[in-house]
Design a binder for this molecule. Structure first.
Ligand SMILES: [Zn+2]
Length: 94
């Protein structure tokens, strides 16, 4: 029984020594794992705020008052914007 306890203590000591010896490697691996996990989690989130920024400023449709991205709006002159050609056409008639 004493021998078993002695062997167990040696194994524990070796395990402790190994952990102590390679603690930097273990922390580095843990950091790497966390970084990889962080990148995986961030990717879908990062795409969402990029979308509205790429659209540019919003402009108000002169006809129906709908807010549309400037690059998608139909422009008439300098400051007149329309959400669609349909609004532009009806605005001309009216
Ligand atoms: Zn409109």
């Amino acid at each position: 029984m004493r021998e078993a306890l002695f062997i167990f203590l040696i194994i524990l000591l070796l395990a402790g020594f190994t952990l102590f010896r390679y603690r930097r490697h273990l922390f580095a691996m843990l950091e790497l794992y966390r970084t990889v996990q962080g990148i995986r989690e961030r990717r879908p989130r990062a795409q969402m705020p990029d979308e509205p920024a790429a659209r540019g400023p919003l402009v108000n449709c002169q006809k129906c008052g709908t807010w549309v991205p400037e690059d998608k709006a139909v422009r008439l002159g300098r400051s007149a914007f329309y959400c669609s050609t349909k609004c532009l056409e009806t605005s001309k008639v009216g």
